[in-house]
Ligand binder design. Structure first.
Ligand SMILES: Nc1ncnc2c1ncn2[C@@H]1O[C@H](COP(=O)(O)OP(=O)(O)O)[C@@H](O)[C@H]1O
Ligand SMILES: [Mg+2]
Length: 405
């Protein structure tokens, strides 16, 4: 038994070192280590916290499980994560232990019911972050605690040498918060739960990808965010105000004022020219962009007087993006925008979308089943079985021009 444990320890250390060395960035490496540890132990929940000294906050840069912590920021001293980082001491709560050390943010996150562990990432100059791990029922064994401690020591040593990359976690402004959102569909008298307890914050000026297999509920989630449909259960906040049970009028008004849609099938009006298609929608906005300008943004200035039937699929999709941009919306929602396009044309469309986030400061939420495409986002949430199964932050998103699939 002892030898087994030693072997596991050596294997784990080796894998962790390998993950750190083969990752493109320190934050990527850290997230890969967390995923490896979660698989190995195994445990259901995991978060990597990094301290952002300049802003005095802790940022969750990667997460396993669906607590909704990833992408949140805590105060530097806040809660259990703050305590582990401040003291440099491992904090372990057995199943059933008093959890009053958790801050309200941590308590509301829906952490698993079992054991919770925070292991600081400690260097001689103090701790720059911690690994948080949780099980749904069992305690961690002494050997597991030892394993986690050693892994954290190796990670900290490695990153002390290399330096941690600039953090993605400047305090961000939240547009919309979903808490424990569920959605049921009834099919022939039978009720099917398609989303089951999804919690998610959507920030200003981020490129968020919703990734998952066909049928997992991605479009349903996007349609709830876009106020096309209402959730069956759960809370939705917009700018901090309750928006869980909007009326039809409120939903229409929210869509009109805040959202630009891009669909897989372009959905342009066949009897209107490119410019007229853009104007038709931008006129509904309170602060429309000039439609010529919107057309220029997608690189189709020359095509303003073309009808959709005279344009290729990729060009039609770029017109559809210009149409969404021209509303100057707070969020652009794109559902599999490249699914009907070949790889080269799809890449051009994604370049336009990625650029819009940069240049216009808009928020883009894109649904895809293609994990390769997800690399161009700032943040990727992976939906599985109606839940958020994994969240990843790409500290340095891949430029869409470098995509190949
Ligand atoms: N309006 C609806 N009525 C009944 N079932 C639906 C409806 N919309 C979607 N579904 C079902 O919900 C599941 C998730 O659908 P969807 O959100 O479109 O998944 P994805 O976009 O990930 O492919 C699928 O099984 C789908 O058949
Ligand atoms: Mg879909």
């Amino acid at each position: 038994m002892k030898e087994d444990n030693d072997l596991l320890l050596v294997q784990t250390m080796w894998s962790i070192t390998d993950a750190l060395h083969s990752a493109a960035t320190s934050a990527d490496g850290l997230t890969a280590c967390l995923m490896y540890l979660c698989d190995q132990l195994p445990c259901e929940q995991g978060t990597v916290w990094l301290r952002d000294e300049a802003n005095g906050i802790l940022c969750a840069i990667g997460e396993r499980g669906s607590s909704g912590l990833a992408g949140l920021c805590l105060g530097e001293q806040e809660g259990a994560a703050g305590q582990a980082i401040r003291t440099g001491e491992m904090l372990y709560l057995e199943p059933g232990a008093d959890r009053s050390v958790l801050s309200p943010n941590e308590q509301e996150a829906g952490l698993p019911e079992g054991a919770l562990l925070w292991v600081p990432l400690r260097t001689r100059r103090g701790s720059f972050g911690c690994l948080q791990l949780g099980t749904s029922e069992r305690p961690f064994s002494p050997d597991e605690l030892k394993l986690c401690r050693r892994c954290a020591a190796i990670i900290a040593l490695d990153l002390e040498d290399k330096g941690v990359d600039a953090l993605p976690g400047m305090a961000k402004k939240t547009i919309m918060s979903l808490r424990n959102v569920s959605k049921d569909y009834s099919n022939g008298g039978k009720t099917v739960r398609v989303l089951n307890g999804v919690s998610l914050d959507i920030y200003e000026n981020e490129f968020l990808v919703i990734l998952g297999e066909s049928g997992c509920g991605k479009s349903t989630l996007l349609n709830i965010i876009g106020c096309m449909i209402a959730p069956t259960e759960g809370t939705i906040l917009v700018d901090g105000k309750d928006f869980s049970k909007p009326t039809e009028e409120e939903m229409t008004e929210f869509r009109r004022s805040a959202i630009g849609f891009v669909f897989q099938a372009y959905n342009l009006m066949p009897t209107l020219t490119a410019l007229e298609n853009i104007r038709f929608i931008s006129e509904t906005s309170d602060r429309p962009m000039n439609e010529e300008e919107a057309l220029a943004m997608v690189g189709l200035s020359e095509r303003g007087d073309h009808f959709p039937s005279m344009l290729s699929g990729g060009q039609q999709q770029r017109i559809a993006i210009a149409r969404a941009l021209a509303k100057s919306p707070r969020m652009i929602l794109a559902d599999e925008p490249t699914a009907a396009l070949d790889a080269d044309t799809g890449r051009e469309v994604l370049m336009v979308l990625q650029n819009a986030v940069k240049e216009q400061g808009t928020t883009l939420i894109m649904v895809t089943h293609n994990a390769e495409i997800a690399r161009i986002a700032n943040r990727v949430i992976h939906v599985r079985n109606g839940k958020i199964a994994e969240v990843r932050i790409n500290p340095v998103p891949l430029p869409a021009s470098e995509l190949s699939w």
